[in-house]
Each structure stands twice: as C-alpha cells, then as structure tokens.
Design a protein around this ligand. Structure first.
Ligand code: NIG
Ligand code: FE
Length: 404
C-alpha cells in the first residue's frame, strides 16, 4: 500500500485529551496509508523511514486541517418541501397546530410516498452535495417520511444509493416511529406494531444501521418508544431518540436506560434526564437549525450538560419541516451564537463527538489508525470555522485517503 504525506499545514486533531486547544499541531504532517492515517504529528518529527517510503507528497499550502465533518442527524431524503407551511407559521399558526391539523410531517409523508426512488434520489442529491461542499465525510440519514414498509424501504435504499454515488459514508437510521400515518389515525399502538414488523424486514435487507423514534406529545409515548427500542435490541441495533424537543416527556431518561447512542434536540431536558444520559454515556445532539427555524425560546440546558459531562454534538437536522438546512458550518456558528457553545466545543460537536453519537470510534479525530477523512481549510485558526456566517473556506476534502 502506498504511503502519502500531507504537510505545510496546521492540524486541529480534535484529540479529546490533548494538552492544547483543538489538539492543534503547528507545522504538522499527516501520513496516509490506504484509507487510514498512519501517522500525525509535527513535521519535524516525521519518522525518516516514512518520509523516504512516501510515494507522494502533498503540499497543503498552509491550510488548517481538521477531521472530516460528521453530520450525525439528518432527514435529508424526502419529497417536496414545506414552504407553504412556513408561510402559515408566519401568518400565526404554530408547528404543533399544523401537525395536529394533519399538515407538518404528514404532508411530507404524502409527497415522499408519491415520489419514485429515482425522483427521491434526484431531490436528495443536491442536499447531500451542499453538505459535502462544506467538508462532510460522514452523514447519518433517517427514514421516517415513508411510514409504510415499501416507502420506508424506498427512502433507506435512496440513502444507501447516495452513499454509493458520493464520496461520503452514509449511516442509515430507521425512524418508522416518526409520526402516525393517516391510515393509522387514532391507532398509535397498532402503528407501533406495524413498525415492529417493518424493522426486521428492513434490517434483513441490510438497510438499517440504527433505530430512532420521536417521543413527544404530538408523536409517540415513552411506552410506545420502549417497544421500538426492545425490538431494536433484539436485532442488536443501537438506538437514539428525538427527545425533549417540545416538552419534557421523559424520553431522554428512557433512551439512556436503553443505552442510547444519543438523545437529540433536548430543549426541555431536565436534571434527571441529563444524569441518566451521563450514566449511560449517551451523547446530546443539539440542533440549532430547528431551534432557530421554529423560533423556539427555550434553550437546551448547555450548563447542565457540561455539569454532567454529557458530550455535545451538533447537527443540521436537515429536514423540510423544522430545519431546511444544508450547512453544517452555519450550525457551528449558531451553536455558538444561540446556544453559547465555545468554538472548540462546536467543532468537537461535528467531529469527535459526532462520531461518538454514531458509534463510530474510527473517525472524528486525526490520529494514527483513524480513517483518513479530513478537510483542508483556508483559515488561520479553527475558531474561524464557527465565526463566519455564510463563508465556505473549504479548500480540499480527503475521503478514505483519496482527495475528492
Ligand atoms: O427533527 N422532531 C421530529 N422530526 C423532525 C421534524 C420533522 C418535520 O417537521 O418534518 C425534527 O425536527
Ligand atoms: Fe430530527
């Protein structure tokens, strides 16, 4: 396997226990062998044998190199859009009013069911492209707008196709318990039984990497969520949860009891939920795009998460209803301005901690043995990535050792 060396760069390694902020290495070198990082450190300390063996030397031109960005919570495969609902909200309706009147998620379900696999792929590809243009190398994509076996399968197949067609790793999440489809109106328990039938079938097709649910008064109860989690555990699949977005429903504590990889949203998270997440090692995935777009006023309890040492990830939540957003860099900025995260916490939230939220210990940090997914940026210091609004200083992405 040939060895390639990237030098003339500064490296924000994002190693969690580093002695310096961002694990920053000045005048760094990164040696890549195949799809892995073989060595990273100060260029002056690069082992001579490695320098000699290198088949290729890349001059990074003074760029700042970070791990490839990881968007750990998206719903980017869907049909249609919800601009009309956006107008309704600006004319006074609330997100919950619209959901209760049969709009909201249900309207996206209608458009998604009506679309063919090819159409969905064509509609979703530009959203993924926008993420990749800002240095995303791993993205999670949820189902949850099909809500019937054939349509959930179609969405998950589109997610897998997106991964096959683009230089990015796609992790799929089955979110059958996202909303009650119209044909099950008033029969939520029956629909959960249907979700439990869909899950093994989709898993059998190799389409499911994890399982999620929406635990909320406008969605599913903790008891219904628990049934989904038990079914996931029976198949050995990790779980995560949309929890405490609109009310404190006890979802985070429930998810933690099931060893959830992450609990997401969390504006209404209380002491008990935070303590349970800390005990379980669940990551808090904060979604500033949804907070902003729904004009929420209750902030996620960042101080409580810090106190409990719950790791915090940041994601776009890319979806048509609550966060029509395809910019993870904008989320870095909003995590700082709206949620008061530090730029270092925010950058960890889209690299090392986002990897943890997906249960992927082989990425999110620049270190020997990790996947060679990294981005060269035209910035001097890491905080610039969170500071600028609407800038995209990406110069080059390397995915599995290959420049894209
Ligand atoms: O993450 N909270 C539930 N699901 C999405 C919104 C889905 C929609 O409105 O279409 C979210 O915010
Ligand atoms: Fe979401």
């Amino acid at each position: 396997m040939s060895l390639e060396i990237w030098s003339n760069c500064r490296a924000a390694t994002m190693q969690p226990d580093a002695a310096v902020p961002y694990g920053l290495i000045e005048d760094a070198a990164i040696a890549v062998e195949g799809d892995r990082i073989a060595w990273v450190g100060a260029a002056a300390e690069l082992p001579a044998a490695m320098r000699q063996r290198a088949g290729r030397h890349h001059d990074a031109g003074g760029a700042l190199i970070t791990p490839g960005l990881i968007d750990c919570h998206t719903h980017l495969v869907y049909g249609g859009d919800r601009a009309a609902e956006f107008e309704l909200r600006l004319n006074g309706a609330s997100y919950e009013d619209i959901a209760r009147a049969g709009g909201g998620i249900a309207s996206t379900v209608k458009a998604t069911r009506a679309a063919s696999e090819e159409e969905l792929l064509a509609q979703s590809q530009p959203r993924l492209q926008a993420l990749l243009a800002e240095g995303v190398t791993t993205v999670e994509i949820k189902s949850g707008y099909g809500l019937a076996l054939e349509h959930e399968r179609k969405c998950l197949r589109v997610a897998r196709s997106l991964g096959a067609l683009n230089p990015v790793e796609v992790r799929t999440t089955f979110l059958g318990a996202h909303a009650l489809p119209p044909e099950f109106a008033g029969r939520a328990d029956d629909y959960i039984a249907e979700v439990l039938r869909m899950l093994p079938a989709l898993h059998g097709d190799g389409l499911v990497d994890a399982v999620d649910a929406f635990c909320e008064r406008i969605a599913f109860s903790t008891a219904q969520t628990a049934r989904v989690f038990e079914a996931a555990a029976a198949l050995g699949l990790p779980v995560k949860l949309h929890a405490e977005q609109l009310s404190d429903s006890g979802g985070a504590a429930l998810a933690a009891r099931h060893g959830a990889l992450s609990c997401d949203h969390l504006e209404w998270l209380g002491d008990e939920g935070a303590a349970a997440m800390a005990r379980a090692g669940s990551v808090a995935v904060l979604l500033p795009g949804a907070f902003y777009f729904l004009r929420e006023t209750r902030l996620p309890p960042v101080a409580l998460l810090r106190q409990n040492k719950v790791p915090v990830a940041i994601s776009t939540d890319c979806n048509p209803g609550s966060s029509p957003c395809t910019s993870l860099l904008l989320m870095l900025n909003m995590a700082c301005t709206l949620f008061r995260l530090t730029p270092q916490e925010a950058l960890a939230g889209v690299t090392s901690v986002a990897a943890q939220a997906l249960g992927l210990p082989d990425r999110g940090v620049l270190a020997a043995g990790m996947r060679a997914d990294f981005v060269a940026w035209d910035v001097q210091r890491p905080a610039q990535l969170a500071y600028a609004i609407g800038a995209n200083p990406r110069r080059q992405t390397v995915f599995k050792g290959q420049p894209t």
